[in-house]
Each structure stands twice: as structure tokens, then as C-alpha cells.
Design a protein around this ligand. Structure first.
Ligand code: HEC
Length: 110
């Protein structure tokens, strides 16, 4: 079955939503001492959320482009066409700060 970009976006959003509710994303290696699920750092969020689209050619490559952290934060909060928006309940401000810094300052794999 071939799925279009919109369907894929909805699918992935659904998966992320499910995973964030059940704590299924990486629950294996997490200490549950802070009263539930918590991301470790920006790199982890990138790898487990953003990379699903941004390292698979669904969305543009982000790392290694020296993108402005402010721009990254704006897109993540507001979305952009096929890019879903993430609310503070999903990625809080502090974590978004680290994520934007990570994406901005990290080189691409290639
Ligand atoms: C469901 C797939 C998907 C996920 C998950 C996703 N993105 Fe995107 N993102 C996209 C697509 C598609 C675009 C291109 C949007 C457009 O049509 O302009 C995009 C665009 C962007 C842009 C603008 C890039 C540019 O070249 O101007 C940034 C920044 C961005 N995403 C950051 C992120 C970050 C950070 C995350 C992780 C929290 C993330 N995205 C998660 C699909 C996704």
C-alpha cells in the first residue's frame, strides 16, 4: 500500500501521541523517578521524534544547516504545512530550548 504525505503525517502524529501517553518511547532505559515520563535531552527528542520525518526525507534535513534556534522553536510550536505542531504538553519550553540548540549546532550524519 502506498500512503501519501498527509496520511503519513497523521500516522506519525498518532503514534507520537500514543507513545507519549503510554510512555512507550524509550521507556526501557528511563528512570521513572520524576513521577512519570521525561525526555533525557534534545538529542533524544530529535532521534525519537524529529528523525522519524527529518532523517527519512519526509521533511527537509535539519542538522548541519546552522538553523536559527528561534526559527526551529517557532516551527515546532506552530507547525508548517506538512509539519505537525508540538504543544508544551508534548515538548515543554525547557526541552524545546535544548532541542533547538541541538538541531542548530549538530552536524548532519553525512
Ligand atoms: C510527521 C513528520 C514530521 C515530524 C515528526 C517533524 N517534522 Fe519538522 N517538518 C516536517 C515537514 C514535512 C517539513 C516541511 C514543511 C513544509 O512543507 O514546509 C518540516 C519542516 C521543519 C522545519 C523547517 C525546515 C526548513 O528547511 O525551513 C523545522 C525547523 C522542523 N521541521 C523542525 C522539526 C523538529 C525540531 C521536529 C521534532 C520535534 C520535527 N520537525 C518533527 C515533518 C515533520
Amino acid at each position: 500500500m502506498k500512503i501519501g504525505r498527509m496520511e503519513f503525517t497523521m500516522l506519525v502524529s498518532g503514534l507520537i501521541l500514543m507513545a507519549s501517553h503510554t510512555g512507550a518511547l524509550g521507556a526501557d532505559q528511563r528512570e521513572v523517578t520524576q513521577g512519570g515520563f521525561a525526555w533525557q535531552d534534545g538529542a533524544e527528542v530529535y532521534t525519537k521524534v524529529c528523525a522519524l520525518c527529518h532523517d527519512t526525507k519526509v521533511g527537509p534535513i535539519l542538522r548541519g544547516r546552522d538553523l536559527d534556534p528561534l526559527y526551529i522553536k517557532l516551527i515546532v510550536r506552530n507547525g508548517s504545512r506538512a509539519m505537525p505542531a508540538f504543544r508544551a504538553a508534548e515538548i515543554d519550553d525547557q526541552l524545546l530550548e535544548k532541542l533547538a540548540e541541538y538541531v542548530s549546532k549538530t552536524g548532519s550524519d553525512k
